[in-house]
Each structure stands twice: as structure tokens, then as C-alpha cells.
Design a protein around this ligand. Structure first.
Ligand SMILES: Cc1cc2nc3c(=O)[nH]c(=O)nc-3n(C[C@H](O)[C@H](O)[C@H](O)COP(=O)(O)OP(=O)(O)OC[C@H]3O[C@@H](n4cnc5c(N)ncnc54)[C@H](O)[C@@H]3O)c2cc1C
Length: 443
């Protein structure tokens, strides 16, 4: 694609969108050419920002006519470079951020346009006495379109599932410029394949998501957040199973290595460890109550943690004494990526394996990576309860930023561990289900 051909396309887009919908100033485009991790850098001579589904459809048709590739973009907070245009400058960014209307909210569902920021969706649901039960560290800037397109999970998957389970319908512009409207709200729809489900996690390859109908749940009546120290990931998993055997009110169960907490305390301002002593591993636990009729969440966590504390499964634990303290505990968890990014180069992968295999995967893979790449530090953190953790290998102290070029070989250690043959003590099913969701390209 030549520069004059792209310029002709952008001129045609300007006629359709008006000046407000087209950015060509390199300084304004620059922040959107690099991914959140600073790992990928692209090039593009324009950002198009339609304000309606019809405008998106018009741009898709024009792009097809002019044979210009489009790279859809929401908040640009994802971590695999999918929102970054290629380096040759041949593609134009299609930003959905101006499509930021919440079209409706009722007891069951919110219909939100693709550019609605997750925090804004939370606020709108809450104002209607409901809750959209998916949250993650990037909630202040990630968008509904990006969440749908990456099948995002976040910290509440344990109880409510990923976007795949929370999306009731999708509106999208398909590659021929036609509009698919799946917002109708049929609970059971037997008309064949579900295009809505195909669009979830498709990262823009099948169409541009312009709006989604999202399932809402009752607003939480209260919540309690606990922080516990444990000896190892297996102890954390045993704790989770014991809690789940007694209640279905656990929403968040996040595993945090002591070494990662150290990074947060060192690099993120105004943070302090919830526990006085040092622990090899930590878990952050959140429980909620739906109504005043239920035992308060604080009382629930207090009595559920008493036995594990008494028998030593949990080394120490504390309950947040206020909402501010609960937020402070979550801030420690949400700052892990930021702290690791500040600490230096690291390769990062999002790994899913069956939950019961996860503790062994974490320990064995960390040992294998550290043995193969001397001086590195490997560990995982995140959603143990979903069998999904962020597995990072940090560069040796003093390594330059070029160390990241080792992402391929280092990633291979993890991918081999994910895909390794089942041992006799693992079920066939567990092996078949093993999967790696690459947060970085496979080597
Ligand atoms: C601190 C932090 C914590 C995170 N924690 C989690 C977590 O716990 N769980 C989790 O799942 N993810 C997590 N993420 C990543 C998460 O997937 C993204 O933040 C979010 O889902 C992407 O939304 P976005 O609007 O920024 O999308 P972008 O980054 O802009 O785009 C993501 C992908 O979707 C495509 N896309 C965007 N909008 C559309 C659209 N309207 N139609 C079609 N394609 C589109 C893009 O081309 C790209 O391929 C985290 C990110 C950060 C920075």
C-alpha cells in the first residue's frame, strides 16, 4: 500500500466522518502506536474515530474499496500487540473510543457501545442498583470492545466467568460493511452458529465490535477482603478448595509471590505489606454478600479462615478493616504488572492449565526457566482460582533492554511445560485441557 493510496483513503474517510473523526497529526498518533508494555512499536499515518455504527460500516466499506487494512483499537491496554499497527505504516488505526454511549441499563443487561470504558460501565450499572461483575487492573482505560475482543477475564472469573459468559449479544460491522445486530436479547437462540460467540476473543479478525449487551448481577450488599500468607501455591489451592467447599460467595482469589510483593513495595508509592512477617506466597481473597439476610462477608471470611490458621495451612491472615484498606489490598495486586515493568526487562506470558495442575506447573516451570537462563527470576501471579496466571521471567540484574529479545527461547520453556505429556498421575482430561494463552508470540 503506497502513501498516496493511504492518503486518498484518509481523505475519503474525512468526507464521511468530518474533521472530528480523523487524526493525522503524528504527535497525536504517537501514543497509540506502542503497546502498554512498550514491547511493540508500529507506524500509521492516521487514526479514524467513527461516532456511530453506521460510520464504522461506512469506513469498513471505504477501506475495502481502497484496500487499506484497519487495526481496531479501544483503550490500547492489551499486552500481545494486537492493537498495534504493523511497522510498515500500511494500516490505519480504527479507534472506537468516540463510540462511548451506554445505550440502556435495566435489571438484567446493559447495552454499551464499544468505546465505553469499563469504569464507566461499572458506575452506570451501580447507579441502577446492579453490577457488571468483571474487573481488572486496566479498568480506567480499557473498553467494552477490547474486553469483548480479547475475551477478557479479570479478577472475578472464579464466580462469574470470562466475557464469553457475560456477553449476552454483540453488534458488529462485518468485513463486507454489513451490520450484525445480536443485541436482541434472546436467552435461547437456536438459529445455528453463534456469530456473537465467534466475535468474542476474535481480536477484530472477524469484524469490528460496535456494541455489546452485557449481563448484570445484583449489586453487592457488602464485601470483605482478606490477605493471607501461605508457604506454597499448593497450600493456596488447598485453601481455595476448603473455602469453596463451605461457600459460593468467594469472588476473588489471587495468588501473589512474596518476591513480586517486594517489587510493589519497592516501586509503587504509598504501599505497605498487609502482614507484619515475610511469607513466600500470599493470597488476596474477596467475598461478597448479596443482601442483609446473609452473614456479613467479614464474618464469613473470619470464620472460614479460623481453621486454616489454626492448622497451619495459612501462616497468617488479616481482614481489611475498611473499604479504604480493602482498596489498598487490591492496589497491591493491581500494581504487580506496573511494578514488574518498572523493575526491568521481563518476558511475560498468560498461562492457563487445569487448576489442580497449576501449583506444580508454577514451581517446576520456574525452576526449569531459572536453570536454563542463569540469573533470571521466574514466578507467576494472578487468578489461581481460574487456573490462569501471569508467568514472568525477569532478566538477570543489570541486563539491558535487549534481553527481551530472548522472549522466544524463554517462552519456549513455558510452552513446553504447558504442553508436556501427562504423567501417570494426571488424568487424560487434564492433559487435553492444558492450554497456553500467549501474552507474547510463540517462539
Ligand atoms: C494492568 C493491566 C491488567 C490487566 N489485567 C487483565 C486481566 O486480569 N485479565 C484479562 O483478561 N486481561 C487483562 N489485561 C489485558 C486486557 O485484555 C485488556 O486490558 C482489555 O481487555 C483490552 O481492552 P482495550 O480496550 O484496551 O483493547 P485494546 O488493547 O485496544 O485492543 C485489544 C485487542 O482487541 C482488538 N479490538 C479492540 N477494540 C475492538 C473492537 N471494538 N472490535 C474488534 N476488535 C477490537 C484490538 O485490535 C486488539 O487486538 C490487563 C491489562 C493491564 C494493562
Amino acid at each position: 500500500m503506497t502513501a498516496p493510496a493511504i492518503a486518498r483513503f484518509i481523505d475519503a474517510a474525512r468526507e464521511r466522518l468530518g474533521a472530528k473523526g480523523v487524526v493525522t497529526d503524528p504527535a497525536e498518533i504517537a501514543p497509540w502506536l506502542t503497546d502498554w508494555r512498550g514491547r511493540w512499536h508500529g507506524a500509521s499515518s492516521g487514526i479514524l474515530s467513527p461516532a456511530s455504527t453506521e460510520e464504522v460500516a461506512a469506513i469498513v466499506r471505504l477501506a475495502a474499496q481502497h484496500r487499506v487494512p484497519l487495526v481496531p483499537q479501544g483503550g490500547n491496554t492489551s499486552m500481545v500487540g494486537g492493537a498495534t499497527p504493523p511497522t510498515d505504516g500500511a494500516a490505519v488505526i480504527l479507534s472506537l473510543r468516540r463510540m462511548n454511549r451506554i445505550r440502556s441499563v435495566d435489571d438484567q443487561r446493559a447495552v454499551a457501545e464499544a468505546g465505553v470504558i469499563l469504569d464507566h460501565l461499572h458506575a452506570a450499572a451501580l447507579a441502577a442498583g446492579r453490577r457488571f461483575p468483571l474487573t481488572l487492573g486496566a479498568r480506567g482505560s480499557c473498553t467494552v470492545g477490547g474486553l469483548v475482543s480479547t475475551n477478557a477475564g479479570g479478577t472475578q472469573v472464579l464466580r462469574f466467568g470470562t466475557m464469553r459468559g457475560l456477553v449476552a449479544g454483540v453488534e458488529a460491522v462485518l468485513p463486507d460493511g454489513s451490520i450484525h445486530n445480536g443485541l436482541g436479547g434472546l436467552k435461547k437462540d437456536n438459529r445455528g452458529y453463534s456469530l456473537d460467540q465467534l466475535l468474542i476473543g476474535a481480536e477484530g479478525t472477524l469484524g469490528i465490535v460496535t456494541a455489546a449487551a452485557l449481563r448484570l448481577v445484583p449489586a453487592a450488599f457488602d464485601r470483605a477482603v482478606a490477605w493471607a500468607g501461605v508457604a506454597a501455591p499448593q497450600a493456596a489451592l488447598t485453601l481455595l478448595r476448603r473455602l469453596q467447599a463451605e461457600t459460593d460467595r468467594i469472588e476473588g482469589f489471587e495468588l501473589i509471590p512474596g518476591t513480586s510483593l517486594d517489587l510493589v513495595l519497592a516501586h509503587i508509592s504509598a504501599t505497605r505489606s498487609p502482614l507484619a512477617g515475610r511469607h513466600a506466597w500470599h493470597v488476596l481473597i474477596e467475598a461478597t454478600a448479596a443482601s442483609a439476610q446473609q452473614e456479613s462477608s467479614a464474618a464469613l471470611l473470619e470464620h472460614l479462615l479460623a481453621a486454616p490458621l489454626a492448622d497451619g495451612l495459612v501462616e497468617d491472615a488479616t481482614l481489611a478493616a475498611s473499604e479504604a484498606q480493602a482498596d489498598a489490598f487490591w492496589r497491591l495486586r493491581d500494581s504487580l504488572s506496573e511494578a514488574e515493568r518498572t523493575a526491568g526487562p521481563a518476558t511475560q506470558h498468560d498461562i492457563s492449565v487445569p487448576i489442580d495442575v497449576m501449583p506444580r506447573f508454577m514451581i517446576e516451570t520456574a525452576n526449569a526457566a531459572e536453570a536454563r537462563f542463569p540469573g533470571t527470576h521466574a514466578s507467576g501471579f494472578g487468578h489461581l482460582g481460574d487456573g490462569n496466571i501471569h508467568f514472568h521471567v525477569r532478566a538477570p540484574v543489570g541486563a539491558g533492554s535487549d534481553w527481551i529479545e530472548r522472549e522466544g527461547p524463554v517462552g519456549a520453556v513455558r510452552h513446553q511445560a504447558c504442553a508436556r505429556p501427562a504423567r501417570p498421575d494426571e488424568s487424560r482430561q487434564a492433559h487435553r485441557l492444558s492450554a497456553c494463552n500467549g501474552f507474547a508470540p510463540l517462539s
